[in-house]
Every structure is written in structure tokens, then in C-alpha cells.
Design a protein around this ligand. Structure first.
Ligand code: NAD
Length: 305
């Protein structure tokens, strides 16, 4: 039977480490990292989700603000607000909660965020840098997925990784991050002819399709690491993933639950990205990976994660 990968515990550990580092950064730079979250409209679920992001940032010692805007705000008004935040040296991270109302072009809004304040890693320049292999802010959920896989102690290098789903926010970036870890990566999607034949190859199976019970036990290689990214509400109103958890856990080696798997890591990585943006601004350098390693490690020891 599979070991359950506890995302809540791992996410809490990462946040705790950041919490410990913030007073030291404040001492050094005279201020704390700051995160500004923008939401447009009054969707209750999204509002709850962004409020949680702001609350988490505050709990670990960051400055965080929620900017809640009316549903009928125009695209140019929204972009103007982003320009103000871009110009403010006390703002490190800007996140615009997606989706936006239909009258607003999401790509134009995301690309209006200054590249080094784009904590979600969705800006075209960050996406380009990710695929080029140069430094970038990587998107939170894919980054969290890599942390979850690494937490099993299984080496990613040389493994066959199958990613189900090819979205810009999960499927494609997680495939690139797995490539960076030297996995052999296969992407499956709605155009894939025999999904089972593909998923059965996977030593590492990442599923981000948004389809309840898409992955059943007969589609999983015994001992595989299964990461379930999906979040949907089923007919009974219960939050479920894409994997038939009860049966797949009998076959897999490691598996993430829903909820309590990928979700907490997404938030933890948002905090980490905010720290990276802060360091980048505080040191006026774009080489934040180097900064992270040298500044944090040298000062208080421990891992750069
Ligand atoms: P999306 O709808 O943009 O993309 C879904 C992808 O899955 C598509 O590329 C599609 O080709 C593929 N797909 C759908 N049905 C399929 C099928 N039957 N067979 C093969 N491929 C199929 O979704 P997304 O934004 O990538 O999100 C995917 C899921 O992950 C959703 O449930 C979403 O709520 C969840 N999600 C969770 C987190 C988190 O933090 N836990 C973050 C982002 C997304």
C-alpha cells in the first residue's frame, strides 16, 4: 500500500522556515517582504482562496494586502493599478487572481506585472526564461509538485515521468521542471489515444486534468509516485482530485491526497516566490537563485528550499 505524501506537513515546514528567515531579512534590509493580491469580482470561492493567501503571508511575517475590485472594473483601470504597484519599491510581489471577467484580457493583465514582481510566474518573460533554462520565477503549483516528489526521497533523474494535462499553469511548466530534474517526460492530454498505455509507463505520474477518477488503479504502475493536482467538486459537493485515491493507493508507492496534497504546497511556494522577489529587489539583482543560496544559507544555515 502507498505511503501518503502529506502536503500539509511539508507546506507547513517550508512556511515555518520562511517565517524564521523574515526577522533576519528585516534586520538586514529594514523592511519585510510584501505581497499584494488583486481580485476582481465577488466570487465567494475565489475570495476565500485569496484571503487565505494574504492571511498566510501575514501569519509568517510578511506585509500583505488584498485589493478587491468591482466586477465591472475596466481592463485599463486594472492595468493602471498594476502600474502603480510596479512603481512602488515597497511592493515585492503582485498576484492577480485568475480567472478574470470576460471583458478583461488575462494575458495583457498578467504581462502588465513587472517581471520581477510576478509571484505566480505567469508573465510571458518568466515563461520564456523557464523554457530557456535561464533564471525565472517558476509557477507555484509546478514548483510545489517537484517538492512533493523530492520529499519521497525518490531520485527523479532517469525516471519516466508522465504528466496528464497540458495547461500553461500546471501541465507544461511541471513537465519542464521535471525535464530540468533529468526525468524522461511524456505529456498526455485530451488528444492522447490510449491514456492507460501511457500512464502505465510512469514511475512518476502527475495528473492535472480536472476530471474525477480519470486515473484508476489499472492505469498505475506498481510502486509509482502519483501526484494528484486535480481539484473538483463532485456531485455530492465533495472536493475530489483526478485519481481514484482509494484504489490507486493499493498499487502506487507514494500518493498525494486531495485535499491536503498539492494545494498546501502551492501556497507555500507562493510565499517562497515572494521571498525571491523581495531578495531580488532588496539586492537590486535578478540572480535570485544565487542570492537565495548565498544570503540565506550563509546567514542562518540550512537548506535553500
Ligand atoms: P485545464 O482545464 O486548463 O487543463 C486540463 C488539461 O487536462 C488539458 O490540457 C486537457 O488536455 C487535459 N485533460 C482533460 N481531460 C482529459 C482526459 N480525459 N484525458 C487526458 N487529458 C485530459 O486545467 P488546469 O488549470 O491545468 O487544472 C487542472 C486541475 O488542477 C483542475 O482540477 C484545477 O482545479 C487543479 N489545480 C489545482 C491546483 C492546486 O493548487 N492544487 C492549482 C492549479 C490547478
Amino acid at each position: 500500500m502507498a505511503q501518503i505524501i502529506d502536503g500539509k506537513k511539508l507546506g507547513a515546514r517550508i512556511k515555518e522556515k520562511i517565517h524564521e528567515q523574515i526577522p533576519l531579512l528585516e534586520q538586514q534590509y529594514g523592511r519585510r517582504p510584501s505581497l499584494y493580491v488583486i481580485i476582481v469580482g465577488e466570487d465567494e470561492g475565489s475570495l476565500k482562496y485569496v484571503t487565505n493567501k494574504v492571511k498566510t503571508a501575514k501569519t509568517i511575517g510578511m506585509d500583505a494586502r488584498l485589493i478587491a475590485l468591482k466586477e465591472n472594473i475596466s481592463e485599463s483601470e486594472l492595468i493602471n493599478i498594476i502600474h502603480v504597484l510596479n512603481a512602488d519599491p515597497l511592493v515585492d510581489g503582485i498576484l492577480v487572481q485568475l480567472p478574470l471577467p470576460n471583458h478583461i484580457n488575462e494575458d495583457r493583465v498578467v504581462d502588465a506585472i513587472e517581471k520581477h514582481k510576478d509571484v505566480d510566474g505567469f508573465h510571458a518573460l518568466n515563461v520564456g526564461s523557464l523554457w530557456q533554462g535561464t533564471h525565472c520565477i517558476a509557477p507555484c503549483t509546478p514548483k510545489g509538485i517537484i517538492q512533493l516528489i523530492k520529499s519521497t526521497g525518490i531520485e527523479i533523474r532517469g525516471k519516466m515521468a508522465v504528466v496528464v494535462g497540458r495547461s500553461n499553469i500546471v501541465g507544461k511548466p511541471v513537465a519542464k521542471l521535471l525535464l530540468d530534474e533529468n526525468a524522461t517526460v511524456v505529456m498526455a492530454h485530451t488528444g492522447t489515444r490510449d491514456l492507460r498505455a501511457v500512464t502505465l509507463l510512469a514511475d512518476i505520474l502527475v495528473v492535472a486534468a480536472g476530471q474525477e477518477k480519470l486515473i484508476t488503479a489499472d492505469m498505475v504502475k506498481p510502486g509509482a509516485v502519483v501526484i494528484d493536482v486535480g481539484i473538483t467538486r463532485n456531485a455530492e459537493g465533495k472536493v475530489v482530485g483526478d485519481v481514484d485515491f482509494e484504489n490507486v493507493k493499493e498499487v502506487a508507492g507514494y500518493i498525494t491526497p486531495v485535499p491536503g496534497g498539492v494545494g498546501p504546497l502551492t501556497i507555500a511556494m507562493l510565499m517562497k516566490n515572494t521571498m525571491e522577489c523581495f531578495l531580488c529587489h532588496a539586492e537590486s539583482s535578478t540572480d535570485v537563485s544565487k542570492l537565495w543560496a548565498t544570503i540565506i544559507k550563509a546567514r542562518i544555515g540550512g537548506s535553500a528550499e
